[in-house]
Design a protein around this ligand. Structure first.
Ligand SMILES: [Zn+2]
Ligand SMILES: [Zn+2]
Length: 299
């Protein structure tokens, strides 16, 4: 059922089908530029075209600021930050070529997904100046320089550092607040990623001290007129709901924050996967799905 394409269905009971355009503003990671993704970027673009996407945002991961922040798989592949920087340069050359090449069939937004390790603000600003992306996705994968979403082991290592999951969540949302303020990313990536390996996340997100920080961050997103990523990666992994979880999605709707699907694809198979389902959910919550916002850089 998960992969059923509602969008291309013929059921007249779903009026959204006639108006909502398929879109993803976070994803398109490819094996060409990312060590933990697969396939060629051009093949991924062609998949979006095949699925009927008229617009798509491609947001490759930024290169690490130094060898200290290489992923274990990059170390294993004997890559250095210099190698990945070079790949990232190639990415921006290629995405701009593809943008031009496919302009009559799909509007491609050339973006990048950021980080929050030590030195990130200067690093990201330098990359923006150098590559002039159309927009950025602001994500938090590191807290206290530990990449918590890489594995359950790293996640628990981080929580041990703080002493509890509760404190780890609080640190995460504080760092996210700082990141949003400093980078003003057009898309705020997978807002509640910190729940990735926590079975009891629903209760934890509802704890007053954590919820307060969530509301504070949502208010900042709203005041800066930013957009939240409705991140579909968990569905591809067989989990029940995307980031953001239902309770936060509901609050975002009440606060009139814009939310846009992001498949967070890391290969052809995942490109566009579950976007139809995401649109259906957003529609059910009363979000605007007939007109998606066009990405931009906030100076
Ligand atoms: Zn990735
Ligand atoms: Zn991410």
């Amino acid at each position: 059922m998960v992969n059923t394409c509602f969008y291309h269905g013929f059921d007249d009971n779903f009026p959204y089908m006639k108006t909502a355009e398929l879109i993803s503003l976070h994803g398109g990671h490819s094996g060409q530029y990312c060590n933990h993704a697969e396939d060629l970027l051009e093949d991924i673009i062609q998949k979006y075209i095949k699925l009927g996407f008229k617009k798509v945002g491609i947001t490759e991961h930024i290169p690490p600021v130094s060898d200290l922040f290489l992923h274990p798989d990059e170390i294993k592949a004997k890559l250095t930050s210099l190698d990945i920087n070079k790949k990232f340069e190639d990415y921006f050359i290629n995405i701009k070529i593809l943008k031009y090449k496919y302009a009559s069939r799909i509007k491609i937004f050339a973006g990048m997904e950021t980080e929050t390790y030590t030195g990130y603000v200067e690093h990201v600003n330098n990359l923006i100046l150098k590559f002039r992306p159309d927009y950025i996705v602001g994500s938090v994968h590191h807290v206290d320089d530990i990449c918590f979403d890489y594995s359950n082991k790293e996640y628990d290592r981080l929580s041990l550092k703080f002493g509890s999951y509760d404190l780890m969540y609080k640190k995460y949302f504080d760092l996210q607040y700082e990141m949003i303020k400093k980078l003003k990313p057009f898309i705020v990536g997978h807002f509640d990623l910190i729940r990735i390996f926590d079975q009891d996340y629903k209760n934890r997100l509802a704890l007053p001290e954590i919820n307060q920080k969530i509301i504070r961050n949502l208010e900042l997103i709203k005041s800066l007129n930013l957009v939240m990523d409705f991140n579909l990666r968990p569905l591809a992994r067989g989990e029940k709901e995307p980031y953001i979880t239902a309770s936060i999605l509901k609050t975002a709707r009440e606060m009139e924050i814009r939310v846009v699907p992001g498949d967070d694809s890391h290969g052809i198979e995942q490109a566009g996967l579950n976007v139809d389902k995401a649109i259906k959910i957003l529609e059910a919550y009363g979000f605007e799905t007939r007109q998606w916002p066009d990405p931009q850089i906030y100076e």
